[in-house]
Every structure is written in structure tokens, then in C-alpha cells.
Design a protein around this ligand. Structure first.
Ligand SMILES: Nc1ncnc2c1ncn2[C@@H]1O[C@H](COP(=O)(O)OP(=O)(O)OP(=O)(O)O)[C@@H](O)[C@H]1O
Ligand SMILES: [Mg+2]
Length: 245
């Protein structure tokens, strides 16, 4: 395990100004401390609107923090220019977006190969085919996103990350559009990615999958409510139910 976390947040706060001045600003994160290391899977769970996506965006530098510090690969994001942050992301970070973010005019294979190509990494069509086979998408390489089901698009987004082999994977509900069996297969791939040395930070609503992570963070109303190490599904359910009460 790395001596220093690959990604770390201290006192991370994030507020969004209200759209069209309709209401007061939203405090999406209220002083979050978080760290994740190479070789581990950290799952983030919590009710809808609790700040999970915002946490991933801030950790990856896709949204600027309102307060607090984020270190990604030891670099303080607050001191890096946008270009340097983009370089860092391109080289080391993979992101599976909650809404997939595929490019509509590119077929599935081109979508999957794009981040690796943009980062100057070697990627060929055999590797793409292997990644598609891993996520159960054989025969779909030439399909456009609109010709794929939601679950298939989600798996293209996962193949895209596996192909680029980043040191950190942020995955926002990577199994949200998948059936139980396919979701479990994807989770196994994420666990294997961590066993191969990457750091995986994932958001999920599925407590059975979260229980397969090394650590689980429960986020409630922008704050960390609980932090569990390798919980059993029953322990996790118990901790989660305390949130609902
Ligand atoms: N761009 C934005 N502008 C204004 N408010 C936002 C924006 N993005 C998120 N929010 C607000 O911040 C809060 C946290 O949102 P976030 O998307 O992080 O929640 P989440 O835990 O990922 O929820 P879900 O489980 O539904 O995906 C919500 O109240 C949301 O309305
Ligand atoms: Mg979300």
C-alpha cells in the first residue's frame, strides 16, 4: 500500500449557488475528510442528494472546492492551473459518470479508446475488444450510444476506464443501470482493478456491492456519518438504517 494516499481531502466544503436565484445556495459538502490509497476499493453510500457525486467531482478536480484542501497524487489541486489539473486527470484518473457521458457521434469502440488515446497511451483494437469482452459487450463495438441500452452504455463507460488503466478510478454508480448479475461482474472487475494496484473510489446505492469494498463511507447531508472497515452486508445495512431514522 502506498505510503501517501493517492487522493485526500481535508475539510472539503462545496456549495452551489442556487440556479436562477430560486433559493438559497446548496451546501453539498460540509467539511469532509477523506483519503483513499492504492490497492483499495472505497465505497461511498448515502441517500440521494447527500453529496456523493459532488464528492467524486471535487476529488477528481472536476468541480472546484469552496473550502478545504484536496491532494491528488500529492499535488494540492488548489495550487494547480486548470491545464495542469486536466493533465493529471488525463494521465492518472478514470471517471465513470453517473450519466455515462459518451460522445453521441462516436461508436462504442471509439468512445472507449478516446481517453487512453488522448493521454498518449498505447491502445489498440485488440485491447478494446478484450475490454468489451470483459464487460460483456462483444459485438457492440460499432454501435452508437443511442443504439445501446442504458446498461450497455454504462458498460462502454466502464470499458473506457479499464482501457486507460488509470491509477485512480472514480466510479459514480457504475452498476446503477445493470441487473444484479452484471452488476456483480462489474464490481468484481473493479475489485480486481484495485488488486492490480489501482485506487477505486465508487458511489453505489447497492449495499451488497458496497460490502465488497475494503472501506465504506456513509455520507449524509454533506457530512461523513460513518466510516466502516470491511463491513459485512448486515453491519452496513444496520449503519445505513440508522441514517433513515
Ligand atoms: N450543479 C449544481 N448546481 C446546483 N446544485 C447542485 C448542483 N449539483 C448538485 N447540486 C445539489 O447538491 C446536492 C448534492 O448533489 P449530488 O449530485 O452530489 O448528490 P448525490 O448524493 O450524488 O445524489 P444521487 O444519489 O441522487 O445521485 C443536491 O442537493 C443537488 O441538488
Ligand atoms: Mg449522484
Amino acid at each position: 500500500m502506498a505510503s501517501q494516499p493517492l487522493v485526500q481531502a481535508n475539510g472539503l466544503a462545496k456549495s452551489y449557488s442556487a440556479p436562477r436565484r430560486t433559493a438559497s445556495p446548496t451546501m453539498a459538502l460540509r467539511g469532509v475528510d477523506f483519503a483513499a490509497n492504492a490497492g483499495e476499493v472505497v465505497a461511498v453510500v448515502g441517500p440521494s442528494g447527500s453529496g456523493k457525486t459532488t464528492l467524486l467531482y471535487c476529488l477528481a478536480g472536476l468541480e472546484p472546492a469552496t473550502a478545504g484542501q484536496i491532494r491528488l497524487f500529492g499535488a494540492d489541486l488548489g495550487t494547480l492551473t486548470g491545464d495542469r489539473q486536466a493533465d493529471l486527470r488525463s494521465q492518472h484518473v478514470g471517471f465513470v459518470f453517473q450519466r455515462f457521458n459518451l460522445i453521441g457521434s462516436l461508436d462504442a469502440e471509439a468512445n472507449a479508446m478516446l481517453p487512453a488515446q488522448m493521454a498518449g497511451k498505447r491502445v489498440d483494437r485488440d485491447a478494446a475488444a478484450a475490454a468489451f469482452a470483459q464487460v460483456g459487450l462483444r459485438g457492440r463495438a460499432r454501435f452508437l450510444p443511442r443504439e445501446l441500452s442504458g446498461g450497455e452504455q454504462q458498460r462502454v463507460a466502464l470499458a473506457r476506464v479499464f482501457l486507460a488503466r488509470p491509477a485512480i478510478v472514480f466510479a459514480d454508480e457504475p452498476t446503477g443501470s445493470l441487473d444484479t448479475r452484471t452488476g456483480r461482474e462489474v464490481m468484481d472487475l473493479l475489485v480486481k482493478t484495485a488488486q492490480d494496484g489501482a485506487c477505486v473510489v465508487m458511489v453505489t446505492h447497492d449495499l451488497d456491492l458496497a460490502a465488497l469494498a475494503d472501506r465504506v463511507v456513509i455520507l449524509v447531508d454533506g457530512s461523513i456519518h460513518a466510516h466502516l472497515s470491511a463491513p459485512s452486508p448486515a453491519q452496513l445495512l444496520d449503519a445505513f438504517q440508522q441514517v433513515d431514522r
